[in-house]
Design a protein around this ligand. Structure first.
Ligand code: ZN
Length: 151
């Protein structure tokens, strides 16, 4: 393993152990549920979007594997304070990163710490874990009331 891969792995383990923005949000404007039956990852995400379309508060709750939890934790950190449009842009960039479609070093800059997931495309079964909460947030912003499932 390269030192960069080691660093990424440590970051994922650290966020799994101490997830950020974990727990229910008071007075959310959006709530969505995401479930990945292949792995058993199951989360709720909570958003408070203000009138200007900015994500003021964001949190998540639930349980799952280290990849899904760390991804949700880092996602909440990256999306707080962003507009809905910026959130969608990050979602697209993250999706490219995770499926290995992103050109090396290109959009990774924009993703910051989320680049920790850049090796996940080598493990196809883990891709769904990593994108679960992103899909869930995306569904919440689009006003979907149904629980999101990766299957
Ligand atoms: Zn998982």
């Amino acid at each position: 393993m390269s030192s960069k891969e080691e660093l990424y792995q440590q970051l994922i383990l650290e966020h799994n152990k101490k997830p950020r923005n974990f727990g229910r949000l008071e007075n959310p404007t959006h709530v969505a549920e995401g479930f990945n039956p292949l792995c058993g990852d199951h989360y709720h995400v909570f958003l408070r979007v203000n009138e200007a379309g900015i994500i003021e508060e964001i949190s998540f709750d639930g349980s799952g594997c280290a990849i899904s939890k760390a991804s949700a934790s880092m996602m909440t950190q990256s999306l707080k304070g962003k507009t809905e449009a910026q959130a969608r842009g990050l979602f697209d960039a993250f999706h490219e990163l995770i499926t290995g479609e992103m050109e090396a070093g290109n959009g990774a800059v924009k993703l910051g710490k989320l680049a920790a997931f850049s090796g996940v495309w080598k493990f196809p079964a883990r891709i769904k874990c990593a994108v679960l909460c992103w899909h869930t947030i995306n569904g919440a912003l689009e006003g979907s009331q149904d629980a999101l499932t990766t299957e």
